[in-house]
Every structure is written in C-alpha cells, then in structure tokens.
Ligand binder design. Structure first.
Ligand code: HEM
Length: 451
C-alpha cells in the first residue's frame, strides 16, 4: 500500500468522497465548511484529493505535537510541493535539514529592535492611505490593504527601491501566483502541466517575480550600500557555525518568501478586521474612543502600541476568526505515532488553524466576534495550543510580530480618521485561496470622522 493511499487503518474517512475525485469538489466549492465538519468524525480524519490521501488533524494537542516535531512532520505535502515552485527552498518551505541555518541567518532581520524602525515605515505608509480617502467614497478594501501591505514590505525589505511600474507588476504577480497555488494544490499534478490560460499566467507571473527580485539583489550587491533595511541585514549576516552568509539564490528565495508569506496574509487580516468592526458598531465605537484618547489626532506609532489594548484584541480576534494560513500541509518523514495511529513515511498531514479556532469546546460562541475574550483581566485566556494563526514550534511564523504591529497601527490610524460601512446587499464570505480572501468584494463606504 502506498503511504499516500486513501485508507489509513483506524483513521475515520471524511464522508462524501466521490470515485476518482475524492473530496476535491468539496475543497473547491466550500472548503471551510468541509473542514469545520471534520472534527465531528474524530481527532484525525482522512481526506482524499483525487488519488492523494491526507490526514487532517482536528485536535489542538495533536496539532501541537505535529508542530513541535518538525523533523518527523516536515515541510511537504500538497501545499508546499506547489509553493516550492515559487519560493524554492526558502525559509518557509525548506526541509528540516536546511531550516535552522536559514532561520539563524534571517532572524536578525525580525529582531524586536528592528521592528520599531519598520514601524516608522508602517506609520508613514498608513498615513498615505488614510490621507488619500475622501468622505463618502467607496473603497475596495482588500485591494487597498494589499497595496498598503506590499508598500510596507517594499519599504522594509528593500527600502522601496522599485520603480512604480515594477511595483505594480510585482503586486500583480504575487496576486496571480497566490491564487494559482491553491488550485494547483487541490487539483491533480497533471492539471498544472497543461497549457491552460491559468497555468500560462501563473508561469509568466512566477518568472517575472523571480527576475524582479534577482535584479534588486544584484543591484544592491553591486552598489555595496547599507540602507539599514531587511535586505542589508540579510546581505551582511554570517552564520556563526561556518562564517558564511546566504547565497544569491538563497537570498532570492527568502525575499520571494517574505512577499508571498507576508503580503496577502497581513492585507486580508486588516481587511477582515475592518469588515468585522463595520458589523459590530458597539466595538467599533469603543476602538474609536481608545484611538482618539491614545493618538490625540496623530498617526499611530510604535510607542502607542502598549496603550492600544482593545485595538490589539481586535487584531487577535480577527486572526482567530479568519486565520490567513487556514490549511497547512506536512509530510511524514519517519513512521510516527499520532493520536494512537501509525502514520507511515510519506503520509500527508494537514493542520488547520481555522478548524482549531472554531471548536466550541475551546471557545464559547466560536463564530462570534468577541475581542474581549482576549482581555486577560476579565477572561481566562484559551490554552496556547488553541490559538495558532502563526503555526508553532521551530517553524512558527518569523513575521508574527511584524504583522501584528502593522495591522494594529493600520487599524488605529484608519479608525481614528474614518468610519467604514459596508455597502447594502453585499454578502462577503471567506474564499479559500492560499490565504482566506474575502469573496464578494468587500467594497466599503468611508465616512470622515468629525473632530
Ligand atoms: C497576519 C499575517 C501572517 C500570518 C497569519 C502568517 C502565518 C504563518 C503561518 C501559519 C506560518 C507557519 C506555516 C507552517 O506551519 O508551515 C508562517 C510561517 C512563516 N511566515 Fe508568516 N504569517 C503572517 C505574516 C508574515 C510576514 C509579514 C512575514 C514576513 C515578512 C512572514 C513570513 C513567514 C516565514 C518566512 C515563515 C516560515 C518560518 C519558518 O519556517 O521558519 N509571515 N506564517
């Protein structure tokens, strides 16, 4: 029996598999509903993507075991097989054997003392967005937030040294590649080799993205300038074990990884937070009162963060309800026991922050937006294994504090100046791509606050 065989003794199978296709129709049509239906069948549940089987981990403690044992549950499986076409063996996708060195070489770029510098770029870019809106105008919020988070990444990663046309092209390429990667993950491998318009667009975008980033690295090496940005840090850091730094290929893979992992995830979090606040005016009013008193009319900055308590809780609650990394895969590298079942070498494993965050034994009213559940003075916080928007263990997101800082600053500055309302008749729901994109537009009307 192949290790990816659809049946795994003792592990219940998710119902509704079709011959040949397995659960592909459910995963294309309504993956979130499908995934949240799985815990009812067991702590581990077997699903099928056509001929490829995968074990979905529905229990928080078993998910923790997968996350901390990153040698046995290594990067791999359908998601990373696809993502490797774009991000190669960069930090997020490399196998365990190459991970620790890469993490040592990239970690200095995300050190806390760097964050306060990045926060200056974040505040400045958010101010540009907040200044550009006009009272009564309609804003395509996910698009505006994607533009904002890309600008912030460009500023912090390579000091915004891209000409405007290249900036727009890079943004388009990342959007195309992110959207394509999910389809390629779900559909059989043969599909991605067919010369369909989708596949051709995907390949073109990927080729251009790699070239853009290579050009930036080449120019920076040639100039020898230290601009104090993330790229400068990556160019100068040396590994303590061998005194060597990242090669050009490794550097390109890291930068493309940061764009792929950091742009859409943070943008969708900001967009969902604005959506949730628009639907919860009582909380929105409280957030506004907080930012008004903390900011005193100035743009939100790093030093304001400790006092933006409710705004911070809104960010956590948004990440709970709409974790961008909603479904993540692993491959088993040595026969391993999990939850009393033997998972053989080569088995695919899926963990899902979305499934864990919506379990009603971990959260009361799990589908409700309730930021005060994160108020430690009033509520018992959920166990650590119950909140995993950034994964966990050695492979935990390197950009976790970066994105929480960015989202909190953006929300505070925007809410201070603008009230956003959803357009009537618009039905926004999450659509699963590599991250959780809002389907149905999320166009919102912006109303200037009267001071
Ligand atoms: C709200 C925003 C973000 C969310 C929800 C998020 C989520 C995640 C998750 C779930 C993982 C673990 C994946 C796994 O277990 O396989 C991860 C890893 C990673 N993320 Fe993020 N991320 C966010 C923002 C960012 C940003 C801004 C950056 C960089 C600028 C970034 C870079 C990375 C990298 C490099 C890894 C791989 C870390 C490693 O394996 O050592 N992420 N992220």
């Amino acid at each position: 029996m192949s290790s990816n065989s659809p049946s795994r003794p003792g592990v219940p199978r998710a119902p509704g598999a079709l011959p040949l296709l397995g659960h592909i129709p459910q995963l294309l049509r309504d993956p979130l509903r499908f995934l949240t239906s799985l815990p009812a069948h067991g702590d581990l549940v077997q699903i099928h993507l056509g001929p490829v089987g995968a074990t979905v981990v529905c229990d928080p403690e078993l998910t923790r075991q997968v996350l901390i044992n990153d040698r046995a549950f290594d990067k791999g499986g359908p998601l990373f097989t696809r993502l490797r076409e774009v991000i190669g063996d960069g930090l997020a996708s490399c196998p365990h054997s190459r991970h620790r060195r890469q993490r040592r070489l990239t970690q200095p770029g995300f050190h806390r003392n760097r964050l306060s510098t990045y926060a200056e770029a974040m505040s400045a870019e958010v101010a540009v967005v907040a200044d550009s809106w006009r009272d009564g105008h309609i804003v395509d919020v996910p698009r505006a937030m994607m533009h904002l988070s890309m600008r912030i990444l460009m500023d912090t990663v390579f000091s915004g040294t891209l000409p405007p046309t290249a900036f727009q092209e890079t943004l388009d390429d990342i959007n195309t590649v992110m959207a394509g990667a999910y389809r390629r993950m779900i559909l059989p491998p043969l599909w991605s080799r067919l010369p369909t318009p989708h596949n051709r667009r995907y390949s073109r975008a990927n080729t251009r993205l790699q070239r853009t980033v290579s050009d930036v690295i080449r120019d920076r090496r040639a100039s020898g300038r230290d601009l104090g940005d993330l790229l400068s840090i990556l160019l100068t850091t040396r590994d303590t074990s061998d005194g060597l730094g990242l090669t050009d290929t490794e550097l390109r893979e890291q930068l493309v990884t940061f764009f792929m992992a950091g742009a859409e995830s943070t943008a969708t979090t900001m967009a969902w937070a604005l959506h949730l606040l628009a639907h919860n005016p009582d909380i929105e009013n409280r957030v506004h009162a907080e930012v008004e008193s903390v900011l005193g009319g100035a743009p939100a900055r790093w030093e304001h963060l400790p006092r933006l308590e409710l705004t911070g809780r809104v960010v956590l609650e948004t990440l709970r309800l709409y974790p961008p990394g909603w479904m993540v895969t692993r491959t088993v590298t040595t026969d391993t026991q999990l939850g009393g079942h033997l998972l053989p070498v080569g088995a695919n494993v899926v963990y899902s922050p979305y499934v864990i965050h919506r379990r009603d034994d971990l959260y009361s009213d799990p589908t409700q937006f309730h930021p005060d559940r994160w108020d430690k003075e009033r509520h018992q916080p959920p166990p650590r294994s119950a909140f995993i928007p950034f994964g966990g263990g050695a492979r935990k997101c390197i950009g976790d504090e970066f994105s929480i800082t960015e989202t909190t600053l953006a929300l505070a500055s925007i809410i201070d100046r603008w009230r956003l309302t959803e357009l009537p008749g618009q039905r926004v729901r999450p659509v699963a791509s590599v991250s959780l994109r809002p389907l149905g537009g999320m166009r919102m009307r912006v109303h200037a606050r009267v001071r």
